[in-house]
Every structure is written in structure tokens, then in C-alpha cells.
Ligand binder design. Structure first.
Ligand SMILES: [Zn+2]
Length: 288
């Protein structure tokens, strides 16, 4: 597949972004190329979490003031996104699927609220974590508890640099050094990369650095969770099947007094009222 890398209008984005970037990323959507090789044995989504499925009950949801979300359909046998083991990496903001599912991604790692681990243990909502090394390195163990529930960890740089503002060699170290640390800590190499603020996602320099460091796709988003509601890129402000939602590990200091679990509960309410289930992103992606 021929890929092009257009100039990215990031200035407006950067001017309004907070933290990881609550605004609209450049939304190029280069669909992944089919993988030529056989599927690898990807980390199982039904690992440790499957052993304690008994807690996945209505009572668990009521404890958090929530109505249960619809159960996600079984993971597709033919995964709609197939990643190649070499060459340019695709950039995507959603998954092509007709399943009425959305995907939750949580970035950075600043807030390490034990109550959130309790919430995820109760609800078993799948999340994908894009962690920034220098933001999580004071407590890698916190995210191991979320990983133990079956959730995957991905690469979100060393120190949250604005990638298009730094030289190519710095982009390389931002991704590769985070890849090394996260692989060492979590026992598996991150498959996906997200640039802070979505910045530089469609530049050749960033794509090259990602290829050199190991992740096989660049993942952006369609919605960004704030405190009580989501920012939507779509004009109709509605979730669509396959949308990827961005949220953050944030606490009261960044959420006007609200906690991580209160923010997350609000996000689940917005998903529930639009009739979507939450599926595991990695179940829709075939690793090389
Ligand atoms: Zn971020």
C-alpha cells in the first residue's frame, strides 16, 4: 500500500490541548496492510481475568452507581486490523467493524488511584494503556495490577515530548527508550504507539522512528473523555462502531475535584446511553 504523509496542522491542536491532548488529532486513517505472515500468539485477553469471572455481575456495576453495559460480542475470528511485521506503520483512529463496540484507551499514567484497580476488577471493562515512562516509573507496579486483569500496555514516549518539535534522533530515543523500559517491566513489547497530543502522527520522521523501535501501528482516537462528557470529532457528537476513545489517568487535581473512578463512571454512562459495549482493542488487531 502506498502511504503518503501530508503536512499536519498541529498548531491549533497544540494550542488547545491539555495534558495528553483532549482535542482533535490529525485524523488520517491509513488502513493497515494485510499481514503476510501467520498470526502470532498474541497475549491472551482471556488470561488472568478469566479466572475470577464471578465478580462480573450486576452487583459489581451497582456498587459504582452504574447500569451494566451490554456484553461485547466474541472477538472476531478475522481481525479487522492486520499489522505487518515490517515497513511503514499504519495510523488509525478507529477500527473498521460493524460490531456495536467502542474501545477505551487510557494515557500517560499520572494518577495511580487504587480505587480504579478495584473498579476494573469489579467491572472487567477492557482498557488499553498508553504509558509514558517517566510518568509511571515511580510505580510501575500499579499498572501491573491492571495488566493482570488482561489489559495491554503500549508506548507513549519517555517524557511526553511534542514529537514534531524535536529532532529525529530524539524522536527515536523517546520511543525506543520507552519501549525498552516497558518491555522490561511488563514482560511484553508494546505493539502500539501513540504520540503525545497525536502530534506528528503522519510525519515520515515519526513513522520511521516507530518502525525502528518496535511498535507496529500508531493509534489516535475519535473521542476524548473530559470530566463529565466526551469531546467528539464527529459533528453529530455520537459514538460510532469501532471508535477509539481517549481517556487519561487523572485525579482530582486535573479533574476539578472529581476522581479517576468518577470520571471513568461518567464515560461508561455516556457509552451506555448510546447503546455500545466496550471491547478489547487488541482483540480486533492481528499482530504480525
Ligand atoms: Zn499523553
Amino acid at each position: 500500500m502506498k502511504k503518503t504523509y501530508g503536512a499536519v496542522a498541529v498548531l491549533a491542536l497544540l494550542a488547545t490541548a491539555t495534558g495528553c491532548g483532549g482535542s482533535t488529532p490529525s485524523s488520517a486513517n491509513n488502513l493497515p496492510v494485510p499481514a503476510a505472515s501467520a498470526p502470532a500468539a498474541a497475549p491472551s485477553a482471556s488470561g488472568p481475568a478469566a479466572a475470577s469471572a464471578a465478580a462480573d455481575s450486576g452487583a459489581g456495576w451497582a456498587k459504582w452507581g452504574l447500569q451494566p453495559l451490554a456484553a461485547a460480542p466474541a472477538a472476531p475470528a478475522d481481525r479487522p486490523i492486520k499489522l505487518a511485521g515490517s515497513g511503514a506503520v499504519p495510523v488509525f483512529s478507529e477500527v473498521p467493524t460493524k460490531d456495536r463496540v467502542v474501545f477505551i484507551t487510557i494515557d500517560d499514567g499520572a494518577e495511580k488511584d487504587p480505587r480504579f484497580v478495584e473498579m476494573m476488577t469489579d467491572l472487567k471493562v477492557p482498557v488499553s494503556m498508553f504509558l509514558t515512562r517517566d510518568i509511571v516509573k515511580d510505580d510501575y507496579g500499579y499498572f501491573k495490577r491492571l495488566q493482570a486483569l488482561g489489559n495491554h500496555i503500549h508506548n507513549h514516549t519517555v517524557d511526553h515530548a511534542i514529537m514534531s518539535k524535536v529532532p529525529a534522533e530524539k524522536q527515536h530515543s523517546e520511543i525506543c527508550d520507552a519501549q525498552t523500559a516497558l518491555t522490561e517491566q511488563y514482560g511484553t513489547a508494546p505493539l502500539l504507539f501513540r504520540p503525545p497530543y497525536g502530534d506528528g502522527a503522519n510525519t515520515a520522521a515519526l513513522n520511521t522512528a516507530v518502525q525502528q523501535c518496535g511498535p507496529r501501528a500508531i493509534v489516535l482516537w475519535r473521542e476524548s473523555m473530559q470530566i463529565h462528557d466526551m469531546q467528539y470529532q464527529a459533528a453529530d457528537k455520537k459514538l460510532k462502531p469501532g471508535d477509539i476513545i481517549l481517556a487519561h489517568f487523572r485525579g482530582p487535581k486535573d479533574l476539578k475535584g472529581e476522581t479517576m473512578t468518577e470520571m471513568f463512571a461518567e464515560m461508561l454512562r455516556r457509552i451506555h446511553e448510546q447503546g455500545f459495549a466496550v471491547a478489547r482493542l487488541e482483540d480486533y488487531i492481528q499482530a504480525p
